[in-house]
Design a protein. Structure first.
Length: 694
């Protein structure tokens, strides 16, 4: 036998749970005539039905039904522990008859070859048959085993038992039965016939047989009690009742994969119908589970089943590409190669139980293929719960990014995640096309979707056998994510003004760059040449985005300038002009001493100033000239426009900074989100010569 930890490549089942059955204590489940029909007993015994597994309607109330089957156009249900057998052709109108034996507990009912066959776990007559579901005949069961399930296939009825000396019996007609040797002394709970195989499930394993007589046992799942098994779309699936590791799948009945359901409920039965698996449970918050078979080829991409652990930042990286040609004298010509950046997402994910199992399945089926990932830091939030099959959701928060036809992610942060297509956006509402597979609670989020791929070799650090962490590196496919930056709102002489102050606590570094060339003549003489007539300042500043809008403004600025491509004007945020006197409304600024005038008189870089006033306003002025006044031992800076008319003193002005024409020194921007609304980032600026834009 082969026990696999991965599902076959490019094929998998996508599971989701919902609470559409409330506290329904599910016992038995069938699919017949296009409907799922479930039974429960306990405090509120009833039979319910559903077309999809999302919305259920009562079909029969007040009756504790243990076994149910569909055949010959009718539903037949055994009441336990009474003798009543209920029959209905439409799940609305029911009639009942009495079974021939009133002792014992009915466990399973099936239909095959024109015959209904039911088995008991105890009592006197443990097999009964009926051609029509109304008239029943007891049959002799060999031995006294506790029969738990029966199935029909390949011209044979086969029953299995959870206790007793002989735990398999077969019959060609439901009347005459023969004991068979079980492959293992397991507590067998269920049996199904599909794709040419009988498959029985029990405690600690499964068994298969092509003829119901010769069996092969597959120990799998430890002490898990595999309560039910079903087949559909090329998959055998069994569900268990004991906590985690309660899903078992196989494509061929030989290689079996153990994984965890979305919730560790006691899953009691599973069937396949309408293109999906559906399981019910008798405990837990969500007692309905739907599994949709998927294929990695040709299907719509699926979401990466991971979300960030905010104990470490989530990093969004944007990278443009700029070609820069620099002439011999330092002049630049820049060409934007990319008009949309490459985008990468990096975060640490915490894996436990269900998410770990989902990741293992994802890696087996989807790792190299296109994947979806919500943009976790951009979202609207639901203000009401959204039941299954609902199409309108009330939301709060920014919805300006939503447009009709857009694919978005809808998720609750606890494992529920679906893609939805926006039909329309109203005042505080979003309408979707299509229906949901599950209910989403208040506080669920709607985010745009990144389409891309995870890294080639992701590394998972196992902390225990069921807990792990993984560093996710996700590359967004170029052109798949649409982002429209807001326009700039502050310009100086046709250049945008970048007026965001740095986080001085995070540090600001400054490199003064003035290239030189050195020629070594090898015999002792070295000569230096300075090809450029101007220096550059390369300044690295750290910033903090206090909220999403604040961070968005920085991303918008970077996007508008396409990395290193465009020029802008920015203050140094330092007190660069140590003024001695400024006459209000004049154009002159006096500085003590002649060093200032001598340093900046011929500069082509320092040609603009920014007055930073105490009231929070800024005044940009172009520099006409800087000179030395020898007779007064002072320097003068003369502006091309009048200075503000208010009194400019240390009490009204923080200082005067150079306003440098600059560009970004890197085509890459890294945003480190500390939470889903607060981030830190750094930008590096390179000063340029200040020439007028014609």
């Amino acid at each position: 036998m082969v026990v696999s930890t991965q599902i076959p490549y490019r094929q998998y089942i996508e599971w989701a749970v919902n609470d559409s059955l409330g506290d329904f204590a599910g016992v038995s489940l069938i699919y017949g005539d296009g409907r799922f029909v479930a039974t429960a007993h306990g405090d509120e015994p009833r039979v319910v039905s559903s077309l999809t597994g999302l919305n259920w309607a009562d079909a029969l109330t007040g009756s504790s039904i243990r076994a149910i089957a569909y055949g010959d156009g009718k539903y037949v249900a055994f009441h336990s522990p009474s003798r009543r057998v209920w029959v209905s052709s439409d799940l609305v109108n029911w009639s009942w008859n009495l079974s021939p034996d009133e002792s014992g507990t009915w466990r399973e009912l099936t239909y095959g070859d024109g015959m209904f066959v039911a088995v008991k776990q105890d009592g006197d007559e443990r097999i009964v048959t009926s051609p029509d579901g109304e008239n029943w005949t007891p049959r002799v069961a060999p031995g006294d085993s506790n029969w738990s399930a029966v199935a029909y296939g390949n011209g044979l009825f086969v029953a299995v038992a959870f206790a007793g000396d002989d735990r398999i019996m077969t019959s060609p007609d439901g009347v005459n039965w023969t004991l068979r040797s079980a492959p293992a002394n397991r507590s067998w709970r269920a049996i199904v016939f599909a794709d040419g195989l009988f498959v029985a499930s029990g405690v600690g394993g499964v068994a298969t047989s092509p003829d119901g007589i010769n069996w092969i046992d597959y120990p799998v799942g430890g002490l898990q009690r595999w309560e039910s098994v079903a087949y559909g779309d090329g998959w055998y699936v069994a569900v268990g009742v004991n906590g985690l590791n309660n899903l078992l799948t196989s494509r061929d009945g030989v290689t079996w994969t153990v994984s965890s359901a979305p919730e560790p409920n006691e899953w009691t039965d599973i069937v396949f119908g309408s293109g999906r698996f559906l399981a019910i449970g008798r405990q837990g918050d969500n007692r309905v589970m739907i599994g949709t078979p998927r294929s990695g080829i040709g299907d719509e991409p699926v979401f990466l089943p991971l979300s960030p652990n905010w104990a470490q930042p989530l990093r969004e990286s944007y990278e443009f590409k700029t070609d820069i040609i620099t002439s011999w004298d330092g002049k630049e010509q820049r060409r934007a190669v990319r008009f949309n950046p490459r985008i990468e997402i990096d975060f640490l994910a915490h894996l436990h139980g269900w998410t770990k199992s989902q990741l293992d399945q994802f890696m087996a089926a989807r790792q190299p293929r296109e994947t979806w990932l919500p943009r976790f830091v951009q979202f609207a939030t639901s203000t009401i719960s959204m039941p299954p099959e609902a199409t309108v959701l009330a939301v709060s928060g920014d919805t300006s990014w939503l447009t009709p036809g857009m694919t978005v992610a809808l998720y609750d942060g606890r494992g529920k995640l679906e893609s939805r297509v926006v039909a329309s956006v109203g005042a505080g509402t979003i309408s979707f096309t299509g229906e949901s597979m599950t209910e989403f609670p208040i506080g669920s989020r709607i985010s745009p979707v990144y389409r891309g791929r995870i890294q080639v070799t992701p590394k998972v650090e196992r902390l225990t056998n069921d807990i792990a962490t993984m560093r996710v590196q996700f590359s967004v496919d170029p052109g798949s994510f649409t982002y429209v930056p807001a326009p700039g709102d502050s310009f100086v002489d046709f250049r945008e003004a970048f007026m965001r102050g740095p986080n001085w606590g995070g540090g600001v570094t400054l490199d003064h760059v003035w290239p030189r060339e050195t020629v070594d003549y090898e015999f002792g003489r070295v000569e230096h040449f300075v090809p450029y007539d101007f220096p550059s300042r390369i300044t690295r500043m750290n910033f903090v985005g206090r909220d999403k809008d604040d961070v968005k403004s920085a991303i918008d600025f970077f996007w508008r300038h396409r990395g290193r491509w465009k020029e802008f004007v920015m203050p140094t945020w330092e007190n660069d002009v140590p003024y001695a006197f400024i006459a209000a409304g004049s154009r002159s600024i006096l500085v003590d001493g002649t060093d200032f005038g001598a340093a900046y008189a011929d500069s082509t870089v320092y040609r603009r100033i920014v007055l930073r006033l105490a009231d929070g306003t800024f005044h940009h002025r172009a520099v006409d000239f800087v000179d030395v006044l020898q007779d007064t031992d002072t320097s003068v800076l003369w502006t091309t426009e009048d200075l503000p008319t208010l009194s400019l003193t240390p009490s009204t002005m923080f200082g005067i900074s150079w306003g440098l024409v600059s560009r970004l020194a890197s085509d890459r921007l890294d945003i480190d989100w500390l939470t889903d609304s607060v981030a830190q980032f750094s930008l590096t600026f390179q000063s340029l010569e200040n020439f007028d834009i014609q």
